[in-house]
Design a protein around this ligand. Sequence first.
Ligand SMILES: Cc1cc2nc3c(=O)[nH]c(=O)nc-3n(C[C@H](O)[C@H](O)[C@H](O)COP(=O)(O)OP(=O)(O)OC[C@H]3O[C@@H](n4cnc5c(N)ncnc54)[C@H](O)[C@@H]3O)c2cc1C
Length: 448
Amino acid sequence: MGDASQAIEMPQRQYARLSPSGISVIIVAPASVASAPPSNVIEKAIIFASNSGRIFERWEGVVEDLDPIIHKSEGLNFHTWDGEFLTRQVWDSEKTYGRKINGHRAEIHEKVYLHAKARGIDIRFGQTVTDYFETDDEAGVVCNGERLTADCVVSAEGVKSKGRKIVLGFEDRPKPSGYAVYRAWMKTDELAKKSSTKWFCHGDTHNGWMGEDKHFLVASIKGGSELSWVLTHKDDGDIDEDWTFPGKKEDVIKNIASWDPALHDLVNATPPDKLHDYKLVFRDPLPTFISPKARIALIGDAAHPFLPTSIQGASQSMEDGVALAITLERSGKGKVQQAIRAYETIRYERVHRAQMTGVSTREQWHKADWEKIRSNPKSLHLKRESWLLDFDQEAHTYAVFDETVAKLNAEEAARQADSSAPAPAVEAPAISAAPAIAQTELVGMGQA
Ligand SMILES: Cc1cc2nc3c(=O)[nH]c(=O)nc-3n(C[C@H](O)[C@H](O)[C@H](O)COP(=O)(O)OP(=O)(O)OC[C@H]3O[C@@H](n4cnc5c(N)ncnc54)[C@H](O)[C@@H]3O)c2cc1C
């Protein structure tokens, strides 16, 4: 987290707040973007699908603020690796589900940051959390060497979360997934001058090229004046603490040697400082998202790192936050631990089901049977399943809260009746067979 918040224009709007619940919450949360002006951060794209789009829509004025900076194409064109057009997938069937928000991560985060500030949320930059602790009555973090306490702590630190240690009881390390992405975000002035690439610059466009164990996605935005691209490919490099490196054009070109020449021209036109090599890492699924005393909750990638091919990691992080906010509201200050347990119960199954879509989409594209695809090009289309996309986490949490608490109470009563019975272990889903759950940042619109 940097300390450049003063560089961001401060909010003008004022919003009504609900009356205070009295619950104090420390959220260790993504701040790397809002803490630095967009021009100073690594530029990368993100898609929030309709299940989180409807969350944005409930934040007064935010979608309107986002509108000028978000991607507006109606579909995705699929091509073979060498450039033959195969099929176009349009998004009309899901329009009723909610708004899709697709754009530059830093720009989107800045709008949300301004909204949160305007709502009076206390946001502090320049804070580094190095440890977590809890008692029966409170939880806290060691932040810049100082101990801060609250009723509960939410660890939303992404895949490197230090909060995982207190939840797991040991320190686990991220692992290479066997895949990496080259990614870039650039202005299109140079592309517009060349016949092979000028078509990228005509309005907001979205195109994908599929090949064995690789896919290349290109999205243009802001009327075609900016563009992001991403190449997902196999990678056997090891990772240490960092997994973002400067990318080299010659390495990208080597990866797509026999691919569409337009992609070579695109890569060659990419300014060197805009090209990044990002190793995708994963962690084994966790058996639980919450600490032993239920005062600390992991949310987002800290709890469940997502492969980009699910196009859901950010949306699921938002759903986590909504569910936790509502279980806290419904439980009240005296029952914060109940709220945290209910959050986990409500989210656990759905989020893991969503997580697995990252593997299936990647395999659908990378292991494509080209004979079958030529006879049915639509088999390349992304699955747009209503269980995932037509989902309202807010309404769902209110609807299932009472029954969830009743179930947890019944389980606790049964455990106390048989005090020799161990606490119920939530079994982690068996995803690790395919090195699948990857992490974090980037990638070109719709990037998967
Ligand atoms: C290549 C790629 C493309 C992707 N594309 C998409 C997509 O299009 N759509 C989608 O939904 N998902 C996508 N994902 C997944 C998505 O990026 C993640 O699931 C999502 O960002 C998780 O959000 P988060 O808030 O949990 O964590 P993060 O976004 O990782 O944020 C964690 C933040 O916590 C901060 N932090 C970390 N440690 C500390 C500490 N000790 N103290 C204080 N702060 C700390 C970090 O600076 C960071 O800003 C993609 C992932 C990858 C790798």
